[in-house]
Design a protein around this ligand. Sequence first.
Ligand SMILES: *Cc1c(COP(=O)(O)O)cnc(C)c1O
Ligand code: SF4
Length: 394
Amino acid sequence: MLQKVDFATSPKKLLTYEALQAYDPESEDWQKQFARRYTHHSDLMGVLNHVEDVNETVYKKFAIAVTPYMAQLMDRDDPNCPIRLQYLPSFHEETKPGFATMLDQLGEEGDTIPGTSVVHRYPRRVLFLVSNTCATLCRFCTRKRMVSQPTGSVHKDEIEASIDYIADNKNIEDVLLSGGDPLTFTDERLDYILGELRRRAPHVRFLRMGSRMVVQLPTRITPELCAVLEKHRVQMVNIHINHHKEITPLLRQRVKMLQKAGIMMGLQTVCLKGVNDSVEVMRELFMQTIEMGVRPYYVYSTDMVEGAHHFIVPHRRMLELYEGLRGWISGPAVPTFIVDGLGGLGKLPIIPTYVREEPLPDGSGTTVKCRNYKGMTVEMPGLGQDFSLPTTSN
Ligand SMILES: *Cc1c(COP(=O)(O)O)cnc(C)c1O
Ligand code: SF4
């Protein structure tokens, strides 16, 4: 399903190292900056040191794309910079992982309604994959099977059939627009899709969107875009940040713009080895996020997608990371940790055990043992019994 990326036709208005240093991301509109993306590791070698000279075969599996703004945030000399690790290809991608090649390991295609780009897995809500590209491509992307295509847009007929499906199914009360990145669309196109959704599916109560634009190309967030989102009552935008180094004054400014349009902002994070698999990094990331009024929502484990195995943080370690947050930082800054089950099993919470229940020897109930965030354990007498009054018959 992946197409070969034709680098000969991609725009080559690339910024040299000096030009990149001088570049003001606010000096031109987002579409122009989009066209200046670096799409080959050899181009990035011109602006960063110690870039791995990966084999061309990595492009067969997943394209490379980095906006100038994102390249400016990368450490010029440190190959382990948490932003470089997310976006620069590595030889690890070519080594064979222990598990078989999996391009749709979450089974999304099996749950896609034929002829549409709607994944209908859960009751009452759907995932609507509207766009198949992003401003900058993450090496660990779970949707490599679709976002690597350079064309950018899901077919118009598919979008129409998707809106029809949502309109016809009155039990759908929540629509999540994702991709790819829905904000790769123009304001006009978004205005049309959101407007048609609201007009044809008035039973939809909650309209939300996942986008990484505010992180990768913040100038995509404009007053005009916010007006479109406000007009169609988009209630929530989930952004995706993995390290606090990605939080800049420009990002803060554009997040504020979205908030002023009445949008509730959420954060999702992917747990990535070498990037954020430390309690210190997660505490700082979630506190900086909550300071902006953005609520940490989910931390996902890296999916077992081809070429991303070197990012996987073991389940056991994720439990430790969670325990390093719960009780130690503000409650609203603590997200839910999730692993997405293989083959369409769905989202499964990764939750440490704080409460244990053991049966009492006389069968009269159970004892409940609780452990707090500091590791202290107490028994809670009575919590394992049922104190409800016997029901009286009338
Ligand atoms: C994540 C996801 C949703 C939304 O799940 P919430 O837990 O409600 O945020 C919906 N559909 C699919 C297929 C998903 O993967
Ligand atoms: S922003 Fe999301 S969908 Fe886009 S490349 Fe990154 S992980 Fe994939």
